[in-house]
Design a protein around this ligand. Structure first.
Ligand SMILES: Nc1ncnc2c1ncn2[C@@H]1O[C@H](COP(=O)(O)OP(=O)(O)OP(=O)(O)O)[C@@H](O)[C@H]1O
Ligand SMILES: [Mg+2]
Length: 347
């Protein structure tokens, strides 16, 4: 079996909390530490595009910092490419890279190209190859015209795009993207997702770990994902399997013209698990849960033979939001509203 690209076992990280604040003595019962990761066990295979999905403060960045050797675990183990993040950190660093969506790194007095070139050279990328990769990456994010601009003159989104480029010009084997589309406009976010997908297809030995709190982005991009909250992995599976958990039966919604008949009989059909209907002045809204999807044929047939006019018919797909609510007890969007992180960029 392949060595996992990323593996953690019972990984924990606690942060020590300051004892004194504003010169006041601490309350005797004030906690001394905060647990950001509480026993995380994960296995990411080479070639996987793996997602970490969780609300603010869930521990995503803490986990990425440990995996990128920037932060030591408190206990448990973490390996990248089969190497231990603590004792073999120096061997891990050359083949990984990390980009954080919210960061404002870069040397302000250098221009975009110089920044990227400097970074590529630190990783030992030959100059000519570095320039080729820089050109191609700037094209991907639409920053070609800003290649000669000082980083301090870039807008927040442009700086973020430059950082995104930085992640790829070293051609890492394992790449960590912490909220890559945070705050980007719709078109840019879409271009970045498209590129990430292509980049993974180009070389099956690449592995990418991505954090996001945009449900649709996780759903769209990730082969598998872990839902994390308060430092714990609550579930880890493919987006499809996670969604199946919350919806046992296929569900369809039908909108019928007023006066339509037949809807009251739907619950008696052999393929129908459950049927509900709400009569409104302008329509009758019917919801049917089926044992198997093809039973929708019998539903439509029954309605038609009873003189019903179907105005609309759609399958109700569960979302990762539904999965999240079931696991955490509240929606991710609820958690988001209380922060100043901005709206999802067309995720
Ligand atoms: N240096 C630190 N000292 C104390 N607590 C910290 C420190 N860094 C992070 N924390 C706490 O650890 C928890 C996890 O933080 P982390 O940055 O890993 O969350 P996150 O999942 O990345 O959240 P976000 O979606 O907001 O980026 C938070 O409650 C945070 O306040
Ligand atoms: Mg974070």
């Amino acid at each position: 079996m392949d060595t996992p690209a990323i593996r953690t076992e019972n990984l924990t990280r606690t942060y020590r909390l300051p004892r004194r604040r504003w010169g006041k003595a601490p309350a005797p019962d004030a906690p001394r530490e905060f647990t950001a990761l509480a026993g995380v066990t994960l296995d990411v295979r080479p070639g996987e595009l793996f997602g970490l999905l969780g609300p603010n403060g869930a521990g995503k960045t803490t986990l990425i910092k440990i995996l990128t050797t920037l932060l030591a675990p408190t206990s448990g183990t973490a390996e990248v490419g089969g190497l231990d993040v603590v004792s073999q950190a120096r061997r891990i660093r050359p083949f990984i890279n990390m980009v954080s969506g919210g960061e404002s790194s870069g040397y302000g007095i250098l221009n975009v190209r110089e920044n990227l070139w400097l970074f590529a050279r630190m990783y030992g990328v030959p100059t000519a190859l570095a320039h080729d990769r820089i050109d191609s990456m700037l094209g991907v994010v639409g920053l070609t015209e800003k290649a000669g601009s000082r980083v301090s003159h870039l807008s927040t989104g442009q700086r973020q795009k430059m950082n995104f480029c930085r992640g790829f010009i070293t051609d890492p084997k394992v790449l960590f993207l912490d909220e890559p589309t945070l705050g980007l406009d719709v078109t840019s976010a879409r271009a970045i997702r498209g590129f990430v997908r292509e980049w993974m297809k180009q070389d099956p030995s690449r592995t990418l770990l991505l954090t996001t709190h945009y449900m649709a982005e996780a759903d769209d991009l990730c082969d598998r994902l872990a839902i994390i909250d308060q430092g714990k992995v609550l579930a880890c599976d493919t987006p499809g399997n996670l969604k199946k958990r919350v919806q046992e039966y296929p569900i369809f919604e039908l909108s019928l013209a007023p006066g339509s008949g037949g809807w009251a009989k739907l619950g008696d059909l052999p393929g129908v698990h459950q049927s509900t209907a709400v009569e409104k002045p302008e329509s009758i809204e019917v919801k049917v849960a089926l044992f198997e999807e093809p039973a929708i044929g019998a539903v439509v047939q029954t309605l038609a033979t009873n003189g019903a006019r179907i105005l609309a018919l759609k399958k109700v797909e569960p979302t990762l939001e539904d999965v999240f609510i079931e696991l955490v007890g509240h929606g991710l969007a609820d958690a988001e509203e209380t922060t100043a992180k901005g709206a999802p960029a067309d995720a």
